[in-house]
Design a protein around this ligand. Structure first.
Ligand SMILES: [Zn+2]
Length: 247
């Protein structure tokens, strides 16, 4: 009987030992797998972070970053005089002998382009308007009238806004270019990086959003009556007012 008991004991010991070894092995394997899983998810996370950082870094040092600053909103925020300067400078960059005229607001010409003989070949009008305030045909007719009376061959109309359908129709068989906000931005994007920056410096010089009084050539001030408007600092000597443009 004693021998039988011993055999049973050895057998039980062996069975339990096997089970314990097996469980221990399984536990170790489980821990190992968990560690691998953790490691790979950690690496993935770190890689993502590295990628994110890389993106930020490349963005930080991307030299063309300034060029993307030329957007319609910037053009829209410019006061009329600064907008005129930008249009003129754009023409100068494109190798035209362009100058802003200082002949007062009723002359109807904002920019002149002269040929090598000093003759005016092109006149331009600039109107910084709200996007919902389209340039109607009367403005284009007026420009055409000035072209005829001054015997100037070409005309350009610049606006931050767009043109009415009849304005577009009217300009079709004439040497009149209608440039809207989007067209100018697209054309600016075609310039080299240096040229775009040159234009950006001119656009954002000084207080570039407060309008200038067309008569006195000084910055206007915000005043309020029934609603807010721009008034001249020289009031009551100068009664010029301008509407506040809404975005
Ligand atoms: Zn004034």
């Amino acid at each position: 009987m004693g021998t039988n008991n011993e055999i049973v004991s050895i057998f039980i010991f062996f069975v339990f030992g096997t089970i314990i070894l097996f469980l221990d092995g399984a536990e170790k394997k489980r821990k190992r797998m968990k560690k691998t899983r953790l490691n790979s998810s950690y690496r993935r996370k770190q890689k993502n972070e590295e990628n994110g950082e890389w993106k930020t870094l490349t963005k930080t040092f991307k030299t063309e970053k300034t060029t993307s600053e030329w957007i319609l909103q910037l053009l829209m925020s410019l006061e009329w005089k600064q907008y005129e300067e930008v249009c003129k400078e754009f023409l100068v960059i494109k190798n035209h002998n362009a100058n802003v005229t200082n002949t007062g607001k009723d002359d109807g010409i904002d920019i002149e382009i002269k040929n090598i003989l000093g003759e005016v070949t092109t006149i331009a009008q600039c109107k910084a308007y709200n996007t919902n305030n389209k340039i109607g045909v009367s403005f284009i007719r007026e420009l055409f009238g000035i072209m005829k009376s001054k015997d100037v061959e070409n005309g350009i109309f610049f606006t931050t806004s767009s043109y009415s359908q009849d304005a577009i129709e009217f300009s079709k068989d004439k040497n009149i270019l209608l440039i809207d906000g989007k067209k100018l931005i697209d054309a600016i994007h075609e310039l080299t990086e240096i040229e775009q920056n040159q234009l950006l410096i001119i656009a954002t010089q000084g207080d570039y959003t407060t309008p200038t009084c067309p008569n006195c050539d000084i910055k206007m001030v915000k005043r309020s009556g029934k609603s807010e408007f721009w008034g001249c600092k020289n009031y009551p000597k100068c009664k010029n007012t301008l509407q506040i443009r809404k975005k």
